[in-house]
Design a protein around this ligand. Structure first.
Ligand code: SF4
Ligand code: SF4
Length: 173
């Protein structure tokens, strides 16, 4: 009789879950919205003036643990630096986000877009024209160049949001 008990117990469990609402999400028909800070495909953003933020400082390239970022710096006539070319090999990228952390201009950003698998591995090598977007990404207002990219004119303490210099002698007893 033990086997009948086990048999019925199994069927009872089946019946119990048979009419429950399914929890499986049917990807790719349904794409779950991911948090804005999810780490997937990388973009190069622009500042509010529409200029590319990247100043080709090589910090992202230096910090990348798998060395998948490479670029060549160049300088415009007005002295502003930019990457002549900028390349990311997504076949090696581990989406750690360290490049984004290191970037002083918020140019390089990871996005939640993850559907990038390709049969041809060479198609995972993205050039600047594939990476550069026409918006500011997560922080649209930030304009690194206005604060730190231009040569200072005027006295100390007169630049945007710059504090007045401290007179050290005023701290003396
Ligand atoms: S996310 Fe990590 S592995 Fe990918 S490019 Fe940035 S630093 Fe390199
Ligand atoms: S993306 Fe950022 S860290 Fe990388 S070279 Fe450009 S400015 Fe420097």
């Amino acid at each position: 009789m033990e086997w009948i008990k086990g048999f019925l117990k199994g069927f009872a469990t089946t019946l119990k879950v048979l009419f429950r609402k399914p929890v499986t999400e049917q990807y790719p028909e349904y794409k779950r919205p991911l948090p804005a800070r999810s780490r997937a495909v990388i973009i190069l953003t622009r500042d509010p003036d529409g200029e590319e933020r990247c100043v080709a400082c090589y910090l992202c390239s230096a910090v990348c643990p798998v060395s998948c970022i490479s670029m060549q710096s160049a300088e415009r006539e007005d002295g502003r630096r930019y990457p002549r070319w900028f390349r990311i090999n997504f076949a090696r990228c581990i989406y750690c986000g360290l490049c984004e952390e290191a970037c002083p201009t918020l140019a390089i950003q990871l996005t939640p877009h993850f559907e990038t698998s390709r049969r041809d591995v060479l198609k995972l090598v993205y050039e600047k024209e594939d990476l550069l977007v026409n918006h500011g990404g997560k922080n649209k207002e930030y304009n690194f160049y206005r604060y730190a990219g231009v040569t200072m004119v005027g006295d100390k303490g007169t630049h945007i949001n710059e504090e007045e210099p401290v007179d050290l002698k005023s701290n003396l007893p």
